[in-house]
Write a protein that binds this ligand. Sequence first.
Ligand SMILES: Cc1cc2nc3c(=O)[nH]c(=O)nc-3n(C[C@H](O)[C@H](O)[C@H](O)COP(=O)(O)OP(=O)(O)OC[C@H]3O[C@@H](n4cnc5c(N)ncnc54)[C@H](O)[C@@H]3O)c2cc1C
Length: 415
Amino acid sequence: MSGNGRQVIVVGAGIVGVCCALYLQRDGHAVTLLDRDGPGEGTSKGNAGALSPGSCVPLAMPGVLRKVPGWLLDRNGPLTIRPRYLPRALPWLLRFMRAANPQRVEAIADALRALHAPVFDCYRPLVDAAGCADLIRPTGTLIVFRSAAAFAASGREWRMRRERGAEVQEVHGEALHTLEPALGPEFTHGALLPEHGFAANPHRLVTTLAADFAARGGRIERARVLALRSQGEGGVAVISEGRDLRAERVVVAAGAWSGAILRSIGVKLPLETQRGYHVTLADPGIEPQLPVSVAEDKYYATPMEGGLRVAGTVEFAGLDAPPNFRRARRLLEQVRSLYPRVRTERFTEWIGHRPCLPDSLPVIGWAPGVHDVVLAFGHGHNGMTSGPVTGRLVADLLGSRPPLIDPAPYDPSRF
Ligand SMILES: Cc1cc2nc3c(=O)[nH]c(=O)nc-3n(C[C@H](O)[C@H](O)[C@H](O)COP(=O)(O)OP(=O)(O)OC[C@H]3O[C@@H](n4cnc5c(N)ncnc54)[C@H](O)[C@@H]3O)c2cc1C
């Protein structure tokens, strides 16, 4: 412990906020964790749990833009934009398209790889201390395809991963079905990512880590934060429903909801929610051993503690529109082709809000033009992976010591 002992408030107790709180606590800070709903009730609750150290391909790729019209027209497609929301989403979508230029894509891939690679190393001290190391499963992940042509179309992705030191093993034909015997016959090609793994219960992971934080003297309070007021050199006031608090430093880690808090300190960032859904099959009747992703349909099927979870789809409709659970139920149709013997009668469904910035990178760093406020949100499709690494980086930043990785690509002032 460096024992630099500041009063720090972390706003938001998802995987990012909880990991920030734990790493700051380890450094000797007096940390209070605020959440309007309690730990782990946001997007960190129901995601696919994939832990992906080699994941480095940004969402905005030149080829992706050509596929968008087809996805939008396909009822089962992975992407939808509610027509009424289009005008709100448009500026973000334009920035997203600009991020797809080839040079930018390579730089973003470097930054994603750097952020994701230490995932297991950064979880290890936290889960060991909290007694929940069993939740982190280094099984590898399998990405499957329906044809040689579909596999070959992802060639650029494999190249980008390999160039950055990530291992990709091709598994085709019989070898694929030996690796995962429950797979349907239409899947003929695959890539095994042996360094990957999954969190077997993302919600229990967040709540157990939060309980450990509290057991070690951290404070957790239910509070909906409405605004921050920077007090120059004198710290930050945190205005919430009920009562106000003060701290020397504040970390904003409220995921997709961070924008409203930032507006109170005059910071505007292009944060958008990409809504996603899951169905969790309580009694799937099959026992896959590792997460499988269907690349063409952009969803994951992960063997969770509570059943087989099928998670994916991207929906642009904002934070407040009611869920459209028909999208979740389409995942049921899709998983029946992935695993023909799967039983889908008993399931629960869920919607979550991926916090997304248009260049596929989060913001991790000091809020531009504001004293004492650190931003840590925008982890998009990969927050379970990048959450613990973000916690380390934020603690490095507040401790003024050399950071684990170069923080420059995640600097909030890039927008
Ligand atoms: C369908 C789906 C599948 C996914 N699959 C994966 C995957 O396989 N692997 C992976 O790495 N990532 C995955 N993700 C992404 C991952 O879930 C997110 O990136 C991650 O959970 C974001 O964590 P967070 O802590 O930033 O946000 P959240 O978990 O949403 O936490 C934010 C917290 O802030 C609180 N809050 C909000 N506003 C306020 C306020 N005003 N005051 C106080 N508290 C507030 C909320 O209650 C919430 O608890 C998936 C996401 C979805 C939707």
